[in-house]
Design a protein around this ligand. Sequence first.
Ligand code: UD1
Length: 317
Amino acid sequence: MSYYLVTGGAGFIGSHLAEELIRRGSRVRVVDNLSTGKLANLAHLPSVEFIEGDLADLEVARRAVKGVDYVLHQAAIPSVPRSVSDPITSNRANVDATLNVLVAARDEGVRRVVYAGSSSAYGNAPALPKHEEMPAAPLSPYALQKLVGEQYMAMFTRLYGLETVTTRYFNVFGPRQDPSSPYSGVISLFISALVDGRRPTIYGDGEQTRDFTYVANVVDGVLRACHTPGIGGEMFNVATGGRISLNRLLQVLGDLVGRRAEAIYEDERPGDVRDSQADIEKAQRLTGYVPTVSFEEGLARTLAWYRDQQKIGNAAR
Ligand code: UD1
């Protein structure tokens, strides 16, 4: 039975990975400092082994990696604006911790490390869709930190023969994405505003576009990245391959919720990317990845989850 470490496994994407691995009969350990993750995200997975600790401490990284076959490195402070307001804390979580995970994985002899890269690395490269050969152009500390992490991955493959693969995520959404911080993903913020009857905020003119990706597709992409032979040192996009503006997203969500949503428009965020859309040909060619849950289906599932959460919240009140 393969043994996996999911770093950041109490977070949104990490907990979905842990869930799928358990479903497949694997053994799973999670390490998380609970800075943005929550134990409640793992409450339905009692067989997951949990270590609370900060990977910016090398000893925590060594303890977490001990004895595992694969590392799925998801732990991060995943926010552009948070990195703009506090680059040092972000760097510690996104770069220092990543280097520690790599050193620990190398010394432990793990079979592969799969790293959560980010579409933010492309910045405002003018051509769409964005493909892996395009030069990186980070616009925020977050984007730069994620890029440094993926370059460390490739370097560890070259220097030490540690197998690593980077999956560049594009605006992932789905159940368990926490809408409670102003730094949360936009879909979680829009849905929670609509469901609670508040007006959502749009930063800028709302015509910026994103390739929103339902979390089940990401789980599939990461596990393919983990198990496809012969792709050590590679990096590829994991996304849906479409794009939609925020104004349109809000209309679609308003239709789904059955409530007209007037946004409050505020200034564009510094470090924000204008348009983002992935070319997913490389993921398909290397690993056979194709998105299985469409954007629309993903939105419907996500909305259903937030509604359930609201009912649970109301019932508890
Ligand atoms: C960026 C990365 C993404 C990464 C994520 C981590 C890009 C293209 N994407 O996402 O790969 O995983 O950071 O957080 O760089 N917005 C509003 N109202 C809100 C909240 C956000 O209008 O209440 C806007 C933002 O200004 C932005 C868009 O919605 O234009 C998406 O924001 P967000 O969900 O935070 O993700 P990105 O910053 O695009």
